[in-house]
Ligand binder design. Structure first.
Ligand code: SF4
Length: 381
């Protein structure tokens, strides 16, 4: 007997564009074509929420006249809370789980998928996505996600809890297929310079193979080590920079320092030092590449002295490059969840304001939501 499939919609949220691209492609394979909507419509509406914008959508989800499925970093971290307002919550990666759930709702899949929570039931995910099994995108364009997962456990970051500690990489062939339809190639990774490696140190041959394929064989304009595929400081070596200069269009390299205090870096479990950051900046300077360095201020355990050291580092970096500044926000699902950002010392506003006016600082040291205003990149190096 013919069984009509349900109409499945995707709630458009600008910061979650890349999730839409990836999940549109994944669902399409199973015969579901997610239709973008501005309010709940169709038979089922899907949401992806990050922890900054989530609360804006709670009421809409709770009052939705159609079935709701909610996923994304925030839903993964807070699934017991979200089952109070949504019919289904996807906990973890969605490429396999979402279409499996849709076909279960449609009664074409007899097995309730793992990784889905409702008010009454939840079985943790029993699989991880092999990146090559799903295209990065099809009709709805997004970034080319080259790697997923991170072996580090920085205390403020949601990435390892969502994607795990084992790095998974998309193959060159799959990346090549995705890159065919675009000229400017922007790659997505928690650490672009970890491509092909276990995430602990660069695997230069893998990076070279990737970049030479895109640049030399495919004649693409490649952006690498910049949004949305920033890198860690200890990966910013002369060898890495040589590859970027040889194959890439970007004149900047974006990496995370997070603090100018070794004491704070240790408490954050960053596994690098302030010295590593300085070496990375100097390596960029020597390679004639502008370093753009992420810093977070207001960690709950920061002492005044730590903030002074961070301001000192910021001033020093401004002599060579730019700073992308954020105010700490305690994200659910991280070791620092439930803590509170501490106040900044009076010298911070003066120093930071001056440097911002001179064009050395972007971002915001008082409004944490600004870091999430443009994209749902999974990186937070
Ligand atoms: S901040 Fe970067 S290096 Fe640290 S856990 Fe997150 S993705 Fe990994």
């Amino acid at each position: 007997m013919y069984h009509a499939m349900k109409t499945v919609c995707w709630r458009t949220i600008s910061s979650q564009k890349n999730s839409f691209a990836a999940l549109y492609a994944a669902c399409e394979r199973y015969g579901y074509h997610l239709q973008p909507v501005q309010k709940p419509e169709g038979d089922i509406v899907c949401y992806s929420l990050n922890s900054i914008n989530a609360s804006q959508y709670y009421r809409e989800i709770a009052e939705s006249p159609v079935c709701t499925i909610v996923g994304g970093p925030h839903a993964t971290a807070c699934y017991p809370e979200i089952t109070g307002i949504a019919d289904y919550v996807i906990v973890g990666e969605g490429e396999y789980t979402l279409p499996s759930l849709l076909s279960w709702i449609d009664k074409t899949n007899p097995r309730f998928p793992t990784g889905v929570a409702t008010k009454d039931r939840y079985t943790p995910l029993d699989n991880t996505v092999i990146l090559d099994s799903f295209p990065c995108y099809t009709k709805i364009k997004g970034y080319i996600e080259i790697s997923r997962g991170c072996p580090f456990s920085c205390a403020y970051c949601q990435t390892p809890a969502i994607f795990g500690h084992l790095m998974r990489h998309r193959s060159l062939y799959a990346i090549q297929q995705a890159a065919k339809s675009v000229h400017h190639v922007r790659l997505l990774s928690p650490n672009a310079l970890a491509y092909g490696s276990n995430g602990r140190e660069p695997h230069y041959q893998s990076i070279r193979s990737l970049l030479s394929m895109l640049h030399d064989e495919m004649n693409k304009e490649v952006y690498f080590g910049t949004f949305p595929a920033e890198v860690r400081p200890e990966f910013v070596t002369p060898g890495s920079l040589d590859l970027i200069r040889r194959y890439c269009a970007n004149t900047r390299l974006h990496f995370g320092a997070q603090s100018g205090s070794d004491r704070v870096l240790k408490k954050l479990n960053r596994r690098h030092t302030v010295h590593d950051v300085c070496v990375a900046v100097e390596n960029c300077r020597d390679a004639d590449i502008i370093p753009v360095v992420d810093i977070i201020m207001g960690f709950p355990f920061e002492e005044d002295e730590d903030q002074k050291e961070t301001l000192q580092l910021i001033r020093w970096i401004a002599g060579y490059g730019k700073i992308h500044l954020h105010r700490f926000i305690p994200l659910p699902g991280t070791p620092l969840a439930g803590t509170t950002s501490r106040d900044l010392i009076p010298a911070a506003d003066t120093t930071l304001g001056k440097l911002a006016l001179q064009g050395f600082i972007t971002g915001s040291w008082n409004r944490p939501e600004i870091r999430f205003s443009t994209s749902d990149s999974n990186n937070n190096v």
